[in-house]
Ligand binder design. Structure first.
Ligand SMILES: *Cc1c(COP(=O)(O)O)cnc(C)c1O
Length: 407
């Protein structure tokens, strides 16, 4: 045993305490607490001036005509899909978070899963084109892990086939396209999430960004039960509203966001540099000129070159106090909820789901923690054969999909 041995081979853990996989950057200064106090004292907890101001500030930040704030990204996607007023199928990637598909289902539409580009992990325009049929109502792209998808390529495919294109931008608030514009301005609408695991949070919430004023007006009615104001509902809407306290938190955090994203990008670059020469470790490709939020920073493990597989690495890193997550495994088209949707093989989605592993990244993370995590990955690689044998013997035999830190 030596200090350089991985924990699973008897060495000391590289981190003496577990670090978080993600942590929302929240600062409650006197100004914010004063605003909260004023909202409570005023008694207007919903549909007040905080929401109206947040919507204006978000539209300006994103450079879009309209930002309609809602209760969650899932709600926003459901409302956008409903206001399309179409029935049939929605083409989307199989490698995405479950809510992308759920939004289609809840809107009475059927998800049709297409494959991804193995480098960017995002919906591949040719595969989306192949999935389009007579019943296609829309194409739904996703900015996986906060890295912009090929929105122009997907929009072109959609236009050629006469179907609308919009985007689940949940993890990408603050990301930039390769053309230098902020994510939020492409497609019919882009829908962001403000839940606490994302880079910009209001506790819970969502933003629908759109240039279409008629759509924005309809969405504001839709998030209000379909009530245009005279209590004669026009259609079956939802309560999709964000409370004033959350809107105030969003306004408080928005100005600091670009610096937080820049820090995340620095940390991701540090990981990539430190692991560049480790065989069998790959990364999501961020398109040239684009900026990712790295909502998740994922490694792709080629088991043959690395010496052992993703699940053994996840188990061994946990022993080093490094939490990880096998994200998204199983991919949504392989989940129980979508067993009834006939999906042919999506080879790139399936290969990625089996080899992807998210590693800790949060804006308050010190450089040295990245260095320690990378050192742990290196020493596991150096002894990969032995590590694999020990871990397979000691790990309880269970579904490898359930390995890794979930939540
Ligand atoms: C987080 C996430 C969602 C869900 O967002 P909510 O605000 O929790 O509804 C949807 N799609 C993707 C790709 C996500 O990452």
């Amino acid at each position: 045993m030596s200090a350089l041995d991985p924990v699973v081979l008897g060495g000391p853990p590289i981190l003496t305490e577990a670090v978080p996989l993600a942590r929302p950057p929240l600062v409650a200064d006197a100004g914010l607490l004063g605003t909260f106090g004023a909202i409570l004292a005023g008694g207007v907890l919903t549909k007040g001036e905080q929401l109206a101001a947040l919507e204006r500030e978000l539209a300006e930040f994103l450079g879009v005509g309209h930002a309609v704030v809602v209760a969650s990204c899932t709600t926003g996607l459901m409302l956008v899909l409903r206001t399309l007023g179409r029935t049939g199928e929605v083409v989307m990637p199989g490698f995405t978070f479950m809510a992308t598909a759920h939004a289609a289902r809840w809107s009475g539409l059927t998800p049709v899963f297409a494959d991804i580009d193995p480098q960017t992990f995002n919906l591949a325009p040719p595969s989306a084109g192949d999935a389009i049929g007579e019943r296609t109502a829309a194409i739904l792209g996703v900015h996986i892990f906060g890295t912009p998808c090929d929105a122009d390529g997907l929009a072109k495919v959609a236009a050629e086939r006469g179907v609308p294109f919009f985007i689940d931008a949940a993890p990408a608030f603050g990301a930039e396209y390769g053309d230098g514009t902020r994510v939020g301005g492409k497609g019919v609408a882009e829908v962001f999430s403000l839940s606490p695991t994302k880079t910009f949070t209001t506790g819970e919430g969502g933003i629908i960004a759109t240039a279409d004023g008629d759509l924005a007006r309809e969405l504001r009615i839709a998030r209000e039960y379909g009530n245009p104001g005279d209590f004669d509902s026009l259609f079956a809407g939802l309560n999709g509203r964000m409370p004033e306290l959350s809107a105030a938190l969003g306004r408080h955090l928005l100005p600091g966001l670009p610096a937080l994203i820049a820090r995340r990008q620095e940390l991701a670059a540090r990981y990539r540099e430190a692991l560049a020469d480790v065989p069998g470790v790959g990364f999501q490709l961020v398109p040239s000129g684009a900026g990712s939020t790295y909502k998740d920073h994922c490694l792709v493990i080629d088991g043959e070159k690395f010496g052992t597989d993703r699940d053994v690495l996840a188990y061994s890193l946990r022993a080093e106090n490094v939490p990880t997550r096998n994200y998204f495994d199983p991919p949504v088209h392989r989940q129980t909820a979508y067993r009834d949707v006939a999906t042919g093989p999506l080879p790139h989605s399936e290969a990625l789901a089996a080899s992807v592993i998210a590693v800790p990244l949060y804006s308050g993370m010190p450089d040295v923690v990245v260095d320690q995590i990378c050192a742990a990955i290196r020493r596991i690689h150096h002894r990969a054969g032995e590590v694999g044998r020990v871990v397979r013997a000691e790990r309880p035999a269970r579904d490898p999909r359930k390995e890794g830190d979930r939540g």
